[in-house]
Design a protein around this ligand. Structure first.
Ligand SMILES: [Zn+2]
Length: 332
């Protein structure tokens, strides 16, 4: 707990580990938590700061604005959204409020997805989170072990503070979009915004810094089991192959710590092998329930351990069931 309370103004409850990735390129790695926050990439340039992704709620973005003062006095000029999921853009409103010249940038597909799906999901959250809180409270009341009670208690607090913020959200949609690529040529660096094909969503944006050999992936690559509910598992593999063709050393992912090329290879082959195994089962006439039984057993020896680095955060055994459901629907 920090000094200054957990509601309203001042430090929110989001926690970040801010570190340098290359000269003038930083990452704020979000501490895994119930009501997850995305990571933010912070890129300094001669006409201001570029921020990539804004978390699940304004108070989390405000934490980044506070932490920015430790890095630079320059204003934020561009905010890039990598995709339309709530935990990557709900904090958008903070930046134009703090920096009047800030533009919010994404590609056309992602802005459309925010309008057609993202805005509706905000209303869904307003309706659903109270039920979720009631459920957590019931679990807490029934919990025996003090550690489990404390964990559920913390989750109730996080869900309640999320609910308060999502109710008051003023969704700030992107003010600038591009079709396939957009490049910011600055005196001190080039910042490429790329569309490499469908993956975690229909419109994933990658940010690529060729000189610094850094790539920012959003949730097209993360540190734990991916969420595929809005994804295109078959296209995803080809998109990651295009990512692999770029020359880079460090990968700032949507969730989890900074990684290298070896993690991209593992992550890509997990999705590849998952699609393959599900397709084979579906072609043999297996039901979804049967596939959900067989495929985890087949893939566990290779993937359970590497996808468990973050402990019980979206455990692989649980996450893969949703992955199979999506892959099964796509190949059937
Ligand atoms: Zn996502």
């Amino acid at each position: 707990m920090d000094c200054c309370g957990h509601e309203g103004r001042g430090s929110g409850d989001a926690r970040f580990d801010v570190k340098k990735v290359a000269d003038g390129v930083h990452v704020a790695v979000a501490t895994p938590a119930y009501k997850v926050n995305s990571n933010t990439a912070i890129i300094e340039s001669d006409d201001g700061v570029v921020i990539v992704d804004t978390h699940s709620k304004p108070s989390a973005a405000r934490v980044i604005v506070e932490r920015l003062s430790e890095i630079t006095t320059a204003p934020v000029r561009y905010v890039v959204n990598t995709h339309f999921h709530w935990d990557h853009w709900h904090g958008n409103e903070v930046y134009p409020a703090a920096y009047p010249n800030a533009e919010i940038v994404t590609n056309q597909l992602t802005r459309e997805a925010m309008v057609t799906k993202g805005l509706k999901r905000i209303q869904d959250h307003v309706r659903q989170v109270p039920r979720e809180i009631a459920q957590l409270e019931a679990e807490r009341a029934a919990a025996g072990a003090p550690a489990e009670r404390a964990r559920l208690e913390a989750n109730v607090r996080l869900a309640a503070s999320y609910l308060a913020e999502v109710r008051a959200l003023k969704p700030a949609l992107p003010t600038m979009v591009f079709e396939r690529t957009m490049t910011l040529y600055r005196r001190d660096r080039e910042i490429h915004l790329l569309y490499l094909g469908r993956a975690h969503t229909e419109g994933d944006v990658f940010v690529y810094l060729p000189k610094e050999k850094v790539v920012i992936t959003g949730d097209a690559v993360i540190g734990w089991t991916p969420y595929m509910g809005d994804g295109y598992p078959e296209d995803w593999v080809a998109t990651l192959d295009r990512l692999a063709q770029l020359d880079w050393r460090h990968m700032i992912m949507g969730h989890g710590d900074v990684a290298g090329r070896d993690w991209l290879a593992t992550f890509r082959s997990y999705i590849h092998d998952l699609v393959d195994a599900v397709r084979e089962q579906a072609a043999a006439g297996a039901t979804l329930a049967e596939v959900q039984q067989r495929v985890p057993a087949k893939l566990a020896p290779t993937y359970e351990k590497p996808f468990s680095t973050y402990g019980h955060y979206r455990p692989w055994r649980q996450g893969i069931l949703g992955n199979i459901e999506r892959a099964y629907a796509m190949v059937s």
